[in-house]
Design a protein around this ligand. Structure first.
Ligand SMILES: C[S@@+](CC[C@H](N)C(=O)[O-])C[C@H]1O[C@@H](n2cnc3c(N)ncnc32)[C@H](O)[C@@H]1O
Length: 305
């Protein structure tokens, strides 16, 4: 078993990580200590624990198992993997993506897909994966010949979602039929086209060649919580709250022919980064902004004028 049993010194050294995560600046503190527990001592559960132990940015420990301990607890059961912390629990479930897939199959428009303008065979970088609802929709839209790379700065979210996407077929409730069964099928196929990477999207974008992607998508944490889903709210303490940086937008513009930003309706970030507002969603708390290649060339960032 590759998990670490931490020495007192190492624990002290890593302890500030929890603080940093709670302040939302996990870009500065990419390691997280997590306690673990298995509900049953079985090979399948031990294999899943082993997989978590191998995930970058996560240090698993059984050293501090008393309930007063402030580190989150990774609980692996036959049904799912949960993280328990301060009376809250989080786990991956593609519920938002499922609802959106059902709407799309009914012929209703999806505002993200409209803004994204993706086509069969396209490639896309989702620079802020979160719970991967948008990632799954993008991966569905690009079809079998397409590919989506999803960046996530939080080791805990990256690992939970990576496992959730891999094991998606096992989450399908028994007896699902009709359109719901079709929606699940599409999501399972889409999940297979997603590469989840842990890290800061700026580092990743810097390493990409010019014009090598069809889309880069940013959905950073809003400075205001209005318009955020309930599911997202319980994950919030573990997410990275850094605002979008000018250099990341600039790099995205170099790397892709189209860049999309999701923000709170009325956010000044659209103007600040030169995004044209997408029409629609007049009464929605969220809006999408788009920059396409031909608009990018003459644009000069206000700060560099
Ligand atoms: C609002 S959520 C994205 C929600 C997502 N679009 C969905 O459909 O579930 C933003 C996510 O981006 C991550 N994030 C923020 N800054 C990042 C960065 N610089 N690099 C990678 N991920 C980042 C946060 O940790 C968080 O999980």
């Amino acid at each position: 078993m590759a998990t670490h049993t931490l020495s007192e010194n190492m624990t002290k050294e890593l302890e500030p990580s929890l603080d940093s995560f709670m302040r939302g600046n996990n870009l500065d503190c990419p390691k997280m200590i997590i306690r673990y527990a298995l509900t049953h001592d079985e090979p399948a559960l031990r294999a899943r624990l082993e997989w978590y132990a191998e995930q970058e940015g996560i240090v698993l420990t059984e050293a501090m198992c008393d309930e007063s301990c402030s580190f989150p607890l990774l609980k692996i059961s036959r049904k799912r993997t949960r993280v328990l912390w301060q009376g809250e629990e989080i786990f991956f479930h593609p519920s938002m993506a499922l609802l959106r897939m059902l709407s799309v199959l009914r012929g209703e428009p999806d505002r993200f897909l409209q803004a994204a303008g993706l086509e069969n065979g396209n490639t896309c970088i989702d620079a802020t994966m979160g719970l991967a609802a948008d990632t799954l929709m993008a991966a569905w839209r690009v079809g079998e010949a397409g590919r989506v790379t999803a960046l996530e700065a939080s080791p805990l979210i990256a690992a939970l979602v990576k496992e959730g996407l891999r094991e998606m077929a096992a989450s399908v409730p028994s007896g699902v039929r009709g359109l719901k069964a079709e929606a699940w099928k599409h999501l399972i196929q889409a999940a297979g086209r997603i590469d989840v990477l842990l890290g800061d999207h700026l580092d990743f974008l810097r390493a990409q060649g010019d014009a090598c992607q069809d889309l880069v998508y940013f959905d950073p944490m809003f400075r205001h919580t209005r318009g955020q889903s309930a599911a997202l709210r319980s994950f919030k303490p573990w997410m990275c709250h850094e605002g979008l940086r000018e250099e990341a937008v600039r790099e995205a513009c170099r790397v892709a022919r189209r860049v999309v930003l999701k923000e709170r309706t009325g956010s000044r970030e659209f103007e600040r980064f030169g995004f044209a507002m997408e029409p629609g969603g007049r009464h929605s708390p969220v809006a999408f902004g788009v920059r396409i290649k031909k608009e990018l060339i003459p644009y000069v960032f206000p700060e560099s004028r």
